[in-house]
Design a binder for this molecule. Structure first.
Ligand SMILES: *Cc1c(COP(=O)(O)O)cnc(C)c1O
Length: 233
């Protein structure tokens, strides 16, 4: 088995190559280590190997590893489904909440950020397809949702995140990434603070090169970096 450092270098090389093939700059794409189920030592190894950020799915797990200083030196992102009753543990403690999947959650994050006197960066999670156990906004509602959420003063919507459905061919995956890229381009002009670089977070271990080729500015990679997860999450 390869080390986390070797995996990270290989992933970075492949991301850069895909970006260059697509006529984009090397280093334009942020690599987020998806660290669910990984212990603090593994996370530290990923940070030492130069990942740009660490993403966590579970609040308790994040708080535990945070207490072990696992994220020192890199931005921390929340990338899993966030329940409104756990918002207080996340708002202001992470640099980016990637997984805002309802207006109710956005409102809760806004309230928590207001209490802290901060502005919380978030992404809106887009749901493609009709998988019943997945959360997120449908592409057709994004414009209205964005209008509603940009009214919240303590949230800054930086872009979109998605976990497209698993498909059997690269062509179908490509199609999904293209839909997301188009949506991202469409809403970019609506993001009120255009001095900030908009974010399109898509692509995981099996398809980050495809995502990079389709305009992702951020990929979230777990198993290709850390090795297969022991537990299913
Ligand atoms: C686990 C996870 C990833 C990474 O998945 P891999 O296939 O292991 O790379 C990316 N994004 C989210 C939201 C995840 O939960």
């Amino acid at each position: 088995m390869k080390s986390i450092a070797e995996n990270a270098a290989e992933i970075r090389r492949r991301i850069d190559a895909a970006a260059v093939r697509a006529g984009r700059g090397r280093g334009e794409i942020t690599l987020v280590a998806a660290a669910k189920t990984q212990d603090a030592d593994s996370v530290r190894a990923a940070v030492a190997a130069g990942v740009d950020a660490v993403g966590e799915n579970r609040v308790q797990e994040m708080l535990k590893k945070r207490g072990e200083n696992a994220y020192d030196g890199v931005p921390l992102h929340f990338i899993g489904h966030l329940q409104t009753n756990k918002v207080r543990d996340v708002a202001g403690r992470v640099d980016l909440i990637q997984s805002v999947d309802s207006v109710k959650l956005a409102q809760a994050v806004n309230g928590a950020a207001e209490k802290l006197g901060i502005k919380q960066d978030v992404l809106l999670e887009v749901k493609l397809g009709d998988e019943p156990n997945k959360t997120g906004f449908h592409p057709i509602e994004i414009h209205n949702v964005l209008k509603e959420i940009t009214r919240f003063d303590y949230i800054c919507v930086r872009g979109l995140m998605s976990i497209p459905p698993i498909v059997e061919s690269d062509e179908k995956a490509l199609e999904n990434f293209r839909v997301l890229y188009k949506l991202y381009v469409d809403i970019t002009t609506d993001l009120y603070d255009n001095r900030l670089k908009p974010i399109l977070s898509m692509g995981m271990s099996d398809d980050f090169e495809l995502a990079a080729a389709c305009g992702a500015t951020m990929v979230r990679v777990g198993s290709a970096l850390f090795g297969e997860r022991k537990k299913k999450v």
